[in-house]
Design a protein around this ligand. Structure first.
Ligand SMILES: [Zn+2]
Length: 60
């Protein structure tokens, strides 16, 4: 059992706990419609538009 797994307990932007897990490294915040993707030690933040397009808005 590894404890090195990437885990997000709450949204780093809005602090919401409505974080849904999409896959091992992907999370989705229902409150601010962003997707969080673990990438080489950083977290890429993508904004998801209502038409389904995504845009990289920053790294954490
Ligand atoms: Zn959020």
């Amino acid at each position: 059992m590894s404890r090195k797994e990437n885990v997000i307990a709450k949204c780093p932007l809005c602090k919401s706990k409505l974080i849904g897990r999409l896959s091992t490294r992907n999370y989705y915040c229902q409150d601010c419609s962003i997707e969080l993707i673990f990438n080489k030690g950083l977290i890429d933040v993508f904004y998801i538009y209502s038409d389904g397009n995504v845009r990289l808005v920053g790294k954490l």
